[in-house]
Design a protein around this ligand. Structure first.
Ligand SMILES: [Zn+2]
Length: 331
């Protein structure tokens, strides 16, 4: 497989969220291939398209289709526009290589030229663009990924529907879904698939006692458990910690809360998962010290800001963070 499509996706969609998502999907071959297959490049002036790296001519990039020629090319980092400008007067492609090609390499080149004959004509005034094949609108959506996952794995029926009717931004939403699928790249997971060696420390960065599994780092670690408990307490609820992420979500979405309060309640798990994971990465990669108080305050403020922004709630951020219980009684 090509070394991940994330470069291409992030650049084509110019989208921070997609980059985050593709970082999360790294090491998941199925997802990675799905992402690569959904991007359709629409050729304009060729200035944004990397001749060898982007899949502009077919569903595969030329470097994947012709690895030997790619390794010999002196134009590896050139755009379609740049290479196209070098065409001869008779409009033939003039690809350049580091050495004279052997007979079989030349055959490959003829095959490539055969494909290039039917390549799209560059359109000077038009920017290159792309569309997301899974959606009729051509726009990338998380729900298209979900549909694909459901069809591929047959797990659709078991997905709590409200995981998807959620107001969180796409990257958080997507992480939420991975958490539900237990597909988060924890140290234990990375070791299982061979990315981390067996000797690498895979203890949880918060407690340094237990191996870092999805359930532990997002739910059962004492620090994380405290965070969940504070969220539940913030809402004036009582709970017993569920044994799995799926169990947590079933419990979370089990009750009915009226008006905007219910919608805000639904946002909480995705914000907690995302914030805990962010903190985990800061501790692991930047040596940050976990602080439960800060973590909970950040989560509450984030949720309050969204409530105001998405749901046009009249209460101030301070009121939502500090006096939620009274607000709930008043609503
Ligand atoms: Zn822990």
């Amino acid at each position: 497989m090509e070394g991940g499509h994330k470069k291409q996706e992030a650049r084509w969609f110019g989208c921070e969220e997609l980059r985050d998502i593709t970082q999360i999907t790294e090491n998941n071959q199925q997802l990675d291939e799905f992402f690569g297959g959904q991007i359709k490049i629409i050729v304009g002036n060729g200035k944004r398209i990397w001749f060898w790296h982007d899949a502009w001519l077919s569903s595969r990039s030329l470097k994947t289709e012709f690895p030997k020629l790619f390794s010999l090319s002196t134009e590896n980092e050139e755009t379609l526009h740049q290479i196209s400008m070098k065409k001869s007067l008779s409009r033939e492609w003039q690809l350049q290589f580091r050495k004279n090609l052997l007979a079989w390499e030349d055959e490959e080149l003829q095959r490539l030229c055969g494909l290039l004959v039917v390549s799209p004509i560059l359109r000077v005034g038009l920017q290159d663009s792309c569309s997301w094949a899974s959606e009729r609108s051509g726009q990338f959506t998380i729900s298209s990924v979900r549909r694909w996952w459901d069809t591929t794995t047959g797990q659709g029926v078991a997905v709590p529907p409200r995981v998807w009717v959620n107001l969180a931004p796409p990257k958080m939403h997507f992480f939420y879904w991975l958490a539900w699928q237990c597909s988060v790249k924890t140290s234990t997971f990375l070791q299982r698939i061979g990315v981390l060696g067996v000797s690498v420390n895979k203890l949880c960065v918060f407690c340094h006692i237990v191996e870092e599994s999805v359930e532990h780092v997002l739910l059962h670690c004492p620090l994380v458990w405290k965070c969940w408990s504070r969220m539940v307490y913030w809402w004036g609820q009582a709970w017993a910690i569920p044994s799995s992420v799926a169990g947590l979500l079933h419990w979370w979405f089990g009750g009915k809360l009226k008006s905007w309060i219910g919608k805000v309640w639904q946002i909480i798990p995705s914000v907690v998962f995302w914030s805990v994971w962010k903190l985990r990465n800061e501790c692991l990669f930047k040596g940050a010290q976990p602080n439960i108080y800060d973590l909970c305050e950040k989560i509450k403020v984030q949720i309050a800001l969204w409530s105001k922004w998405l749901l046009k709630v009249d209460y101030s951020v301070h009121d939502i963070v500090s006096n939620l219980h009274q607000i709930r009684i008043a609503v």
